[in-house]
Write a protein that binds this ligand. Structure first.
Ligand code: WTA
Length: 664
């Protein structure tokens, strides 16, 4: 480093508050600080500003119906179609502009640009094809696809005909697919033959078929041919209830499908996510509220304008991709990018190459990626012209100030505001973050709640804690993008998100408080720092995994008697999976057996849940009532001071486990 660089690093390290640049503020979609007071005074009508970003078929009667909390309804009696809002209404002005810029794995074919007209055409054809297969309004269509253009095409086609989609991340296992299709009674699946990973073709249909064999009802499957002849070696033959996507599309060439009028409260999609119990939760999002929320936050926080090229590096298989690759950006008529590959192939400058080539204006990524970039070194971004970037964003997990500053300096050249956005699958879109054209930024702290939102940090009794003290994050007023329920399970919906801090007997909405299960603290300026999950969910590389799900996968391996899974600190992934395993009598504790356990997790969930370490232990530390002390196991994994262990039923076991971990 030159002297100048050293000086700059030192200055950055000290700096705690960063102002957005004048040039950013001047052009920002939202730059009037009065918006916070305005929304507070005018709540809930303030959310008409979000609804007004959309085209409605029938105007709504009421902004919010809160007569039956926590079953809130937004924009009641309005009707709307999401695909019309993402496509048709842009055709006149932006028909020839790119809707999607798809960058594939660098194999032998070209990248794909889909203009709004082309995307509209394909979505219509796909909608006609799905309808012909029998998909009707309200039928749940599952998608098990990687980052290929057919995924958003299929999603929008479903939206057009009023069929909710349920996208299952392609990296999930066959079992995970089956569980989700069964839970949603989904009779339709759209998937593909395979895809590329770091240049090599990877079989996907095999996994899909295995999943289908675990589905309890009849299904129809559509298979996209992604690999062409490169997939020949996999020897796939389509079964009778499986159809080739290309053939279906050709058979419906030029078809036009009238968009179905959906009630604002009709389901747009389901997304399964992890929770405290082993069973994934089917988060239900609606058409009017969700689309308003993603459009408004895309505009206010990501500062998206129609002429922008916007790049979010998430996977559409997660909520971030739903909200901020597909629905929010397309509702605003911008160009949204999709990248099929990984950031390190063919080299570690892949994202910077893409930003430069496409002159991306925003980059929205995860702290885990930023930590990897930091580790790889500045030479990779330095080789590229990143001056097209105007705003940077992060999501998925806490970002430490060092990583924030690295991103700000080396990617944003100290000119781009960084928005650290806290939200969840359940919230539909962003909740706590700075408005980049209005607020100063404090690295490590996401910022204040967005205008119109009331978030508080409370203790176990629901009393607000003083600034600087750790407590629990709560959201005290409903918002349009919120989940409406857990699919076919209203009871669990109340239990999981509301019971903790609400007066559940009350029909007054003021008595209902949403609990996201995150710990947090607030400072004197109202900036919130999110500390992480307080339930049995761990966050590996920004992906939410339930420890119970992993434990039940491990216990399913023959020879395992009991297992406890915790998250341990990890330099790049944020958290990594540590599995403590008690074997059955007679089972040898060998490396081969460790491998079997790892394989059990891969089969049940997928590679994202791969244990970093499998630790054999004769016992697990338990409370006197028999509850496993996960916190203690976490501390062992992180080599932290364990504090007082005398209340344990079996305190001596802690030292034994610690020894095993150290030996490993
Ligand atoms: C965590 C992803 C700190 C949090 C959109 C939350 C964050 C969970 C942040 C939701 C952030 C997300 N700072 N933590 N900016 N963003 N989280 O459902 O623990 O996959 O509850 O949604 O990620 O994960 P999910």
């Amino acid at each position: 480093m030159s002297d100048e660089d050293v000086e700059l690093e030192a200055r950055l390290e000290e700096q705690e508050v960063f102002e957005p640049s004048d040039s950013f503020v001047e052009q920002a979609n939202v730059s009037d600080a009065g918006i916070y007071d305005e929304f507070e005074e005018n709540w809930p009508e303030c959310w008409e500003q979000a609804a007004e970003l959309l085209d409605w078929e029938e105007e709504y009667d009421q902004v919010l119906d809160n007569s039956n909390p926590p079953f809130y309804e937004w924009f009641t009696d309005g009707t709307i179609n999401a695909s019309t809002n993402c496509l048709d209404r842009h055709l006149d002005e932006r028909g020839d502009e790119a809707a999607i810029e798809w960058v594939g794995e660098p194999v032998d074919e070209d990248n794909v640009t889909l203009t709004y007209s082309e995307l509209h055409e394909k979505v219509n054809e796909a909608a006609a094809a799905l309808r012909d297969l029998g998909v009707g309004e309200d039928d749940v269509v599952t998608m098990y696809m990687p980052m290929i253009p057919e995924l958003p095409i299929a999603m929008l086609a479903c939206a057009r005909i009023g069929a909710p989609h349920s996208v299952v991340f392609a990296g999930f296992s066959a079992d995970a697919l089956a569980t989700r299709m069964n839970a949603a009674d989904s009779e339709y699946l759209v998937t593909c033959d395979g895809y590329y990973r770091r240049g090599d073709p990877l079989d996907h249909l095999d996994k899909a078929n295995e999943g289908l064999s675990g589905v309890e009802h009849d299904t129809e499957t559509v298979v996209v041919d992604r690999l062409g002849p490169n997939g020949d070696d996999f020897g796939h033959d389509l079964a009778e209830d499986q159809h080739d996507w290309g053939e279906l599309m050709a058979a419906h060439e030029g078809a036009e499908v009238e968009p179905v009028d959906r009630d604002a409260e009709d389901m747009l999609f389901l997304m399964y996510t992890s929770g405290t119990t082993g069973e994934p939760k089917g988060v239900k999002h609606t058409t009017g509220g969700y689309l308003s929320w993603t459009a408004w936050t895309s505009q206010a926080v990501l500062d998206i304008k129609p002429e922008d090229t916007y790049f979010c590096s998430a996977d559409i298989g997660w909520i971030t991709g739903h909200s901020y690759i597909v629905y929010g950006p397309l509702a605003l008529g911008t160009t949204t990018m999709m990248y099929e590959g990984t950031p390190d192939h063919p080299d570690r400058d892949r994202l910077w190459e893409i930003v430069e080539e496409y002159e991306a204006n925003q980059l929205y990524t995860a702290p885990t990626a930023i930590r990897a970039f930091m580790k790889w070194g500045t030479e990779y971004p330095d080789e590229h012209d990143l001056s097209s970037l105007r705003l940077l964003g992060t999501v998925g997990e806490p970002i430490n100030p060092r990583a924030w500053k690295w991103y700000y300096k080396h990617i944003g050249n100290e000119e781009c505001p960084v928005v650290d956005t806290w939200w969840q699958t359940e919230t539909g879109g962003m909740m706590v973050t700075t408005l980049p054209g209005v607020k100063d930024m404090k690295p490590g702290s996401a910022g204040p709640p967005l205008p119109g939102l009331d978030a508080r940090i409370v203790d176990t009794n629901g009393e607000e804690v003083d600034p600087g003290r750790a407590g629990y994050l709560t959201v005290n007023k409903p918002w349009p993008g919120m989940l409406r329920t857990l699919y076919k399970n209203d009871e669990r919906f109340i239990e999981e998100y509301w019971a903790e801090y609400s007066d559940t007997d009350s029909s007054n909405s003021d008595d209902w408080v949403y609990f996201p299960e995150d710990g947090a603290k607030i400072d004197e300026d109202g900036y919130i720092t999110v500390l992480g999950r307080v339930d049995d969910v761990i966050n590996v590389s920004g992906h939410r995994l339930g420890t119970m799900e992993i434990e039940s996968a491990i216990v399913g391996v023959e020879g395992v008697a009991e297992a406890a899974v915790v998250g341990g600190d990890h330099e790049v992934k944020g958290e990594a999976v540590y599995a403590y395993v008690i074997t059955e009598e007679g089972q040898e504790e060998t490396d081969e057996f460790r491998e079997e356990i790892v394989q059990g997790v891969l089969d049940a969930i997928g590679p994202i849940a791969r244990p970093e370490q499998v630790i054999f232990t004769p016992e697990l530390p338990k409370t006197r009532s028999g509850k496993i002390m996960r916190r203690l196991l976490e501390d062992i994994a992180n080599e932290e001071d364990l504090g007082d262990t005398s209340t344990l039923r079996n305190p001596e076991i802690v030292e034994d486990i610690r020894k095993v971990v150290q030996e490993d």
